[in-house]
Design a protein around this ligand. Sequence first.
Ligand code: 5GP
Length: 198
Amino acid sequence: MELLKQKILHEGVILSESVLKVDSFLNHQIDPQLMMEIGNEFAERFRNDAVTKILTIESSGIAPAVMAALKMNVPLVFARKRKSLTLVEDLLSSQVHSFTKQETNEISVSKKYLKEADKVLIIDDFLANGQAALGLADLVQKANAEVVGFGIVIEKSFQKGGELLRSQGYKVESLAEIQALMDGQVLFNKKKEEETLT
Ligand code: 5GP
């Protein structure tokens, strides 16, 4: 997705060889126009998958996911990272180790909002080692619902998450794939994009 790539090139800050900061449009301040385009792109890529629900994790997945949900006309549920006073219903829970924060969180959703008949599209801002994605998939499996695929805004292909999910047979659609963060530069995965274009 060209607009997203331009944003990453112009506004992304490389914190290390493995971490990219995109606080100006996705992780702190949010660019609504870009989120709308991202939502439209996810809706297009999953239009034949009969999605009934979108699932993400708070907080950075919510903006792109809500725009996709709006376009696909389905509800969005976000998993919570900590138990809230109001989240007292029967819960589905899973453990997720955070790559950026180096901590393990229990993520939860109410059983009310994930049902057996649901065909769930999982959306997240980044895909690194795949722990958040697998934790969300685990919640869907615990609800006996179906994961139809993963919509990822930025995949870092040099980490193992993408391979892990694809090797389990999941459809993974990433809007920008980063091959390396090297010498202060973001290198996109050209080969994959050329394949998509043909
Ligand atoms: P994973 O579970 O795939 O290892 O990591 C995905 C989660 O970690 C995402 O939900 C995202 O919040 C965070 N994350 C992983 N890598 C990065 C990164 O390079 N930059 C930012 N901003 N977040 C990241």
